[in-house]
Ligand binder design. Structure first.
Ligand code: GA4
Length: 334
């Protein structure tokens, strides 16, 4: 029998589990950004999985390490200090509650605007105090570097798909008005709860979902937990790789490519022995941007699979949904 301490039982309300899945995905597509066939390799990966990893991405290890150290420092602060930056609504510090509609997970996080002055306005983040000032700087430096990767990635995708102009996608992300955000996640280990299900990873850290934006660029420490859903519906674990960046196709990219690229359903399992730290840039378009297939991509006679909507409308609808909902369903043509 597993005996839980009072502290652990209080936490049970936030515990969701899923069937253990031990399959390790050894087929993660790898795209080397220094190769001339990078665009074609991305197109193949996005059509099949909506997911791949990038090597030779050019983000300096020093910038990554500094942010990871700052993140560890922030999540290590006393709860009362972290709570001063919360609750996330949606920006700010969140603890076990995800979004605004009742989703929970074994996670704590900081959700930030990629434009720090926006955060300062909206959140009155106490980020100019003590070590949080360093955290904000580390975030800004990392985001600056990872945005460059995102711009290159979508430009190579445009090349691979024959989109004209080739900056049709990157322009959306480069725009001053781009509605992008950044999250730092900490999945603490939970040995007591893990004891309830000794078969391994099956506590939900972040439940299954697709990302609403155009693309997401994810980096994690060397701790497993990320799983993606393959086209046949099987969940597989992505081997961690702290020196590569993982790319998720988001719902908006699915629309912009009229379904040629699929947004990838993914989730994170927690409860392993080591804490998992991840940092994710979500590249989105401007609020007024029309979300419709790029004209140069449509074949003759091909019509959009989706009704007309703006990113602002999609975002509003996403924030009314639960994590696992199929959010594009409301926008598909009958
Ligand atoms: C998933 C992708 C990003 O992490 C995020 C998430 C957002 C949140 O955590 O506030 C959402 C989720 C995400 C999709 C549906 C809504 C909104 C939680 C939720 C239940 C920041 C985003 O943009 O959408």
């Amino acid at each position: 029998m597993v005996v839980l301490s009072q502290g652990a039982t209080n936490h049970l309300a936030f515990v969701k589990t899923c069937k253990p899945s031990s399959a390790i995905f050894d087929g993660v597509p790898v795209v080397d950004l220094s190769r001339t066939d990078a665009g074609a390799a991305m197109v193949r990966a996005c059509q099949e999985f909506g997911f791949f990893k990038v090597v030779n991405h050019g983000v300096s290890q020093e910038v990554v390490d500094r942010l990871e150290d700052e993140a560890i420092g922030f999540f290590g602060l006393p709860q009362s200090e972290k709570d001063k930056v919360g609750p996330a609504n949606p920006f700010g510090y969140g603890n076990k509650r995800i979004g605004l509609n009742g989703d929970v997970g074994w996670i704590e996080y900081l959700l930030l605007h990629t434009n720090s002055s926006e955060d300062d306005k909206r959140l009155s983040l106490p980020l100019s105090q003590g070590n949080q000032e360093f955290l904000r700087c580390a975030v800004d430096d990392y985001v600056r570097a990872v945005k460059e990767v995102a711009f290159r990635v979508v430009e190579l995708m445009a090349d691979g798909l024959g989109i004209e102009p080739r900056d049709a996608l990157s322009g959306m992300l480069r725009s001053e008005a781009s509605d992008s955000c950044f999250r730092l996640n900490h999945y603490p280990p939970c040995p007591e709860l893990q004891a309830l299900s000794p078969s391994g990873h099956n506590l939900i850290g972040f439940g299954e979902h697709t990302d609403p934006q155009i693309i997401s660029v994810l980096r994690s420490n060397n701790t497993s937990g990320l799983q993606i859903c393959l086209p046949d519906g099987a969940w597989v674990s992505v081997p961690p790789d702290h020196s590569s960046l993982f790319i998720n196709v988001g719902d908006s990219m699915q629309v912009l490519t009229n379904g040629r690229f699929r947004s990838v359903k993914h989730r994170v399992l927690a409860g392993h022995g080591k804490p998992r730290i991840s940092m994710i840039y979500f590249g989105g378009p401007a609020l007024e941007e029309k979300m419709a297939p790029l004209p140069s991509l449509l074949a003759e006679g091909e019509s959009s699979l989706y009704k007309e909507f703006t990113w602002s409308e999609y975002k509003r609808s996403a924030y009314k949904s639960r994590l696992a909902d199929y959010r594009l369903g409301l926008f598909e043509k009958p």
